[in-house]
Ligand binder design. Structure first.
Ligand code: GDP
Length: 286
């Protein structure tokens, strides 16, 4: 579902996360491993302040492994612990408790020294829509937790979910807005399916996707569309794909709408293999 974010919603979302911050020891920030920069809320650092955090690169199954490794290193260089997971299949989840323990070790040791009885770590998941927050919560809870309308501002009584003996998780995640002012970010969110019913023109999105594949994964593009060479002109590429796949309209002419739809769908459904749309060396995060 695509949320329309208005300033009022953003203020409310921020307020909700800020309030819940007080309840937890650690923030689990969920981002999309394919777009670690674009899938972060633009004000996340300001919102969570100095609260300890763990970054989870979710949907790692759909991302380029090499890139994911680099992102983990990139976060480590900035002093932030990041882990790659696949919330859908439940892969990598064991590391969450272990890493949270390590991050909070000093704080908990201090409490222990003061005579405070050891207790479970309290955590909250935050992230933009569609990064997999509900999927992860359900996985960690080992049951289905109803999704609260996915709209910031829809409140219900907070519940804690037990994750093993050592962690307690708030059952509702903090939903924050994406970086939508930037057009390229918008394209990346759309091509990965984070925004589905997009206002972006499908042709533009398909062109963006093809250009990206041409630059970063030319072999996969050539192989999938049986291209001996990459055409200079995108129109030629559209024509080629249309004829190859029989995406034709009246008079046997290539139907560009069908081609655009097909290209976007195939990129989203991993027909070109796992793809990462942004790499740390591009310097986006700075
Ligand atoms: P939320 O809006 O952040 O709560 O996101 P959801 O949990 O509803 O997930 C959005 C979509 O991403 C759903 O279709 C999930 O099945 C899918 N999804 C979530 N995590 C993963 C993952 O690790 N891998 C893959 N391939 N899909 C995932």
């Amino acid at each position: 579902m695509t949320i329309q974010w208005f300033p009022g919603h953003m203020a409310k979302a921020r307020r909700e996360v800020t309030e819940k911050l007080k309840l937890v020891d650690i923030i689990i920030e969920l981002i999309d491993a394919r777009i670690p920069y674009s899938s972060r809320n633009p004000m996340i650092d300001e919102i969570i302040q100095h609260k300890p955090r763990l970054v989870l690169l979710n949907k790692a199954d759909m991302a380029d492994r090499e890139a994911t490794k680099k992102w983990i290193r990139h976060f480590a260089d900035k002093g932030v612990r990041a882990i790659a997971i696949n919330a859908q299949a439940g892969e990598g989840l064991k590391q969450i408790t272990a890493a949270s323990h390590e991050i909070l070790k000093e704080k908990f040791d201090r409490l222990k020294a003061k005579g405070v009885k050891p207790r479970a770590i309290r955590a909250m998941i935050v992230g933009i829509p569609n990064v997999g927050k509900s999927t992860l919560i359900n996985r960690l809870a080992k049951r289905n937790i109803a999704k609260t309308g996915n709209t910031p501002g829809v409140t219900k009584a907070q519940q804690w979910i037990k994750v093993g003996k050592e962690m307690e998780l708030l059952d509702t995640p903090g939903i924050l807005w994406p970086k939508f002012e930037d057009q390229v970010v918008g394209k990346k969110l759309a091509i990965t399916g984070a925004i589905k019913d997009t206002l972006l023109n499908l042709h533009d999105l398909a062109l963006y996707g093809l250009k990206f594949l041409e630059e970063k994964y030319p072999d996969r593009l050539q192989e999938r569309f049986k291209l001996t060479a990459l055409p200079e002109d995108p129109v030629e590429l559209f024509e080629h794909i249309g004829r190859l796949r029989g995406a034709l309209g009246g008079g046997g002419l290539v139907d560009y709408d069908k081609v655009a739809e097909l290209v976007v769908r195939e990129i989203r459904s991993e027909k070109f293999g796992p793809l990462t749309f942004e790499w740390p060396e591009e310097g986006l995060a700075e």
